[in-house]
Every structure is written in structure tokens, then in C-alpha cells.
Write a protein of this length. Sequence first.
Length: 134
Amino acid sequence: MIQFYFLSVLFNALTGFILFTGDGESSLEERLKLPVNNEIFRLVLGILAMITGLLKLLSSVQGDIPVIGDLIPAAAGLVTGFILIYSYYDEHAAPAEGAFRNFGGAVLRNKKWIGLAAMAAAVLHFLFPQALLL
């Protein structure tokens, strides 16, 4: 569906920008009046990005190959959504131990690169809607 296409581009660009810029003040917050440093905004955006990523896997744009046709934008939405949700969980829950803590820490350390990849996926998905994997 074309609505999921739009939401995928929007959420991948927003979550990628938030992960890339980190926790500092951003011009996006000043220009668009979006509360990008608000933890509830980030949590809701992460949930919406994950839902959109999952729905992108289940539905495809007409003329596209199911699942494979939107694999990279769907994966970017799932991963960036997970990072935003995990960072909220990490700040508010008791410290986790074991493999989950190690995996989450590794993901949070690389969130700048993942954010850059998500923004690239959003731009490429917008520019080349019929390309395989995009």
C-alpha cells in the first residue's frame, strides 16, 4: 500500500535523524517544532517505526515483489524502532544482565551508523520506489 510506503520513508528518515544526531539539541526540533529529545516522543516513534516496518514486510506496493521488494526499508524501520524502544527501556528499567544487555549495549554504541543507514534507506526508497530491495 502506498500509505505504508509514505510512512516508511517518514519514520525511517525521522528515526535515522534522531539516532544520528544523538541526544544533543537539533535544528529539526527548532524548525519543525518536533520534540525529538522527549523520551515519550521517541518511544512512540520507535513503536510506530517497528509497526510500519512489520507491515512493510507483509504488504507491498503494486508491481513489487512481496517481502523482498521492501526488505531494506522494512528492516531499517524494525531496527531503528527497536533501538528507540530499547533505549527507553534501558533508561527506565532495572539493569539487565547477560546476553540481552550485551546485545543492547552493542546496538546502542553503533546507533549513529544505524541512523545514517536508515536515513540513506529512506532517501533511496523515496527516489527509487520500484528498485529491488528498496
